[in-house]
Design a protein around this ligand. Structure first.
Ligand code: URA
Length: 241
C-alpha cells in the first residue's frame, strides 16, 4: 500500500471525515508509532501504528458493491438539499463508508459501483484505464448513418474529444419519433452520453447503464445491490488497456 496522508488514512478507515480527522490531529488526539502528531504533512500506511485517543485504529474491511441505481437518486453519499442519495439504498449490512465510483446522473439508471477502497476507485476512474461502459439511450428522432459514424469516430465536446465508441441502433419508433440506441464509451465525463447525442442533434430522453467492463446488472432489480466476488474485484484491478 502506498503511503497516504494521515487524515486520508483516518477517513478511509472510517474514523471521521477528512476535515474532522484534521481537527483531531491538530488537537493532539492522534498518535503515529507512539508519538503524538499535530502537523498535517505526515504520511502513513498499513504498517504504521495509528492510535486515536489511545485506541488502535483498525482499517475498515474493504467492500465492493454493484448497485442497480434507480432514476431519481443522486450519485453521492450526502446531498445538501436532503434528496435521496445512492447510499440511502444500502441496508444495515453495509456498515463500511462506501462511496460511488464515478457518477450516474439523477435521471440515469443502471450499473453503479461503490467501494471504500480508494486505490481501487482511483484505478478505475483514472483516464489511463479505459473501462468500457455500455448505455442504452432512448433518443429523440432517428440517428442518421453519418451521425452514428461521427459518434463512433470521436466527437468534439466542450473541452475534450471523445475517444472511439461503438454505437448500434436497436429499434426505431416512428409513432413516438424516438429510437433506442446502444452506445459503448470508454471515458466517464459528466453527462457524456447526453452531450454526445446532443452534439449530433438528438436529445436523450432516457438513459441506463447496462454494463461496466465485464459486469452487468444480471440478477438485480432496480434499487438492489450485491457484493462483487473476489474474482470480479481481482479482474477489475487488472483492467487496463
Ligand atoms: N452519460 C450521461 O450523460 N449521463 C450519465 O449518467 C452517464 C453517462
Amino acid at each position: 500500500m502506498e503511503k497516504i496522508r494521515l487524515q486520508k488514512f483516518m477517513a478511509e478507515a472510517g474514523v471521521a471525515s477528512r476535515r474532522k480527522s484534521e481537527e483531531m490531529i491538530a488537537s493532539g488526539h492522534v498518535k503515529v508509532n507512539n508519538k503524538v502528531v499535530t502537523e498535517m504533512g505526515v504520511k502513513v500506511d498499513d504498517r504504521d501504528k495509528i492510535e486515536v485517543d489511545g485506541m488502535p485504529l483498525q482499517e475498515e474491511k474493504k467492500r465492493y458493491i454493484l448497485m442497480y441505481k434507480p432514476r431519481g437518486v443522486i450519485t453521492a453519499v450526502k446531498d445538501d438539499k436532503d434528496r435521496k442519495v445512492v447510499t440511502d439504498l444500502l441496508d444495515a449490512d453495509v456498515q463500511e463508508r462506501v462511496y460511488p465510483i464515478g457518477r450516474l446522473d439523477y435521471d440515469t439508471s443502471g450499473l453503479l459501483l461503490l467501494t471504500n477502497d480508494g486505490e481501487f476507485a482511483n484505478h478505475l476512474m483514472h483516464p489511463r484505464y479505459h473501462v468500457e461502459k455500455t448505455y442504452i439511450a432512448k433518443i429523440e428522432g432517428f440517428l442518421a448513418t453519418e451521425d452514428l459514424k461521427k459518434l463512433e469516430k470521436g466527437i468534439k465536446l466542450k473541452g475534450y474529444t471523445t475517444s472511439k465508441s461503438r454505437v448500434k441502433v436497436m429499434s426505431k419508433d416512428s409513432k413516438r419519433n424516438s429510437s433506442i440506441v446502444r452506445i459503448t464509451i470508454h471515458e466517464g465525463h459528466n453527462h457524456q452520453v447526453k452531450n454526445m447525442f446532443d452534439a449530433v442533434g438528438h436529445k436523450v430522453e432516457k438513459l441506463s447503464r447496462e454494463s461496466y467492463s465485464f459486469l452487468t446488472l444480471e440478477g438485480l432489480v432496480s434499487g438492489k445491490y450485491r457484493d462483487l466476488t473476489r474474482q470480479e474485484v481481482a479482474e477489475l484491478k487488472k483492467e487496463e488497456r
